[in-house]
Design a protein around this ligand. Sequence first.
Ligand code: G3P
Ligand code: CA
Length: 269
Amino acid sequence: MLGGMRPLVVAHRGASEVLAEHTLGAYVAALDAGADGLECDVRLTADGHLVCVHDRHLRRIAQKRGLISTMELAELHQLDVASWKQPWADLDDEVPDLDEGLRGVLTLRKLMEVAADHDRRIELAIETKHPTRYGGLVEKRLVELLRDFGWDEAGAPVRVMSFSHTALQRVGRLAPQVRVVQLFEHAHYWPALRRMIGDDWVVGPGIGELTDHPGLASRLAESPHEVNVWTVNTQAQLDLCREVGVTAVVTDRPAHLRRLVDAGPAAQV
Ligand code: G3P
Ligand code: CA
């Protein structure tokens, strides 16, 4: 869809280039940087809580064995999922000490509270991860949580994203007013997806596919669907998104993209 509006700057897992992804610290930094929105991945714990985590296991973020889906929230709260990003921090006096409260696994409810309490409108882009042992229970719990916040209504500051078409259909059945974003990672999926998705669905290709397949870029520019793109970290990537009329760019570098977007196309050389 060709637009003319400035794209929203949505922080991918928070300010995740510099701070550990999905931590409260990374999200607060993104808000301080002027992000319009916050992206997060969500998974269900064994006791039914939605937590903000990308991987199904703890290896990368906590250097431990274990699956999010088999652990309870209290166990996850004991972990330090922030330190992996700066393993040398103990050796560097200039790295600020991390508040204990900012090290643990973040619940989606907490992130929603932070967004809702902020002094300007903050969009949440919530991605449900599949496959998972809990299947449709993830979207069921998510919609229940959205309802708690009154965010199942039209105009709510939230969009639900997934690579899983089935998951988004489920959201559509449970909460028809909630915006959904069909993510896809291969340009050649588009012709089939185009026929499957709802008229009002947003589409979410990766920037790599958009860059490598000019045909996809022009087809999306001509399509009636809004386009949100991930993960947009450079001027050239933003320029391409502008050509396509992208309405939201998901970025690891919210401060940098905030500056680029605010500078506007005319200021670019
Ligand atoms: O915003 C969508 C993007 O986050 C999808 O990829 O792997 O970073 O969750 P991933
Ligand atoms: Ca994601």
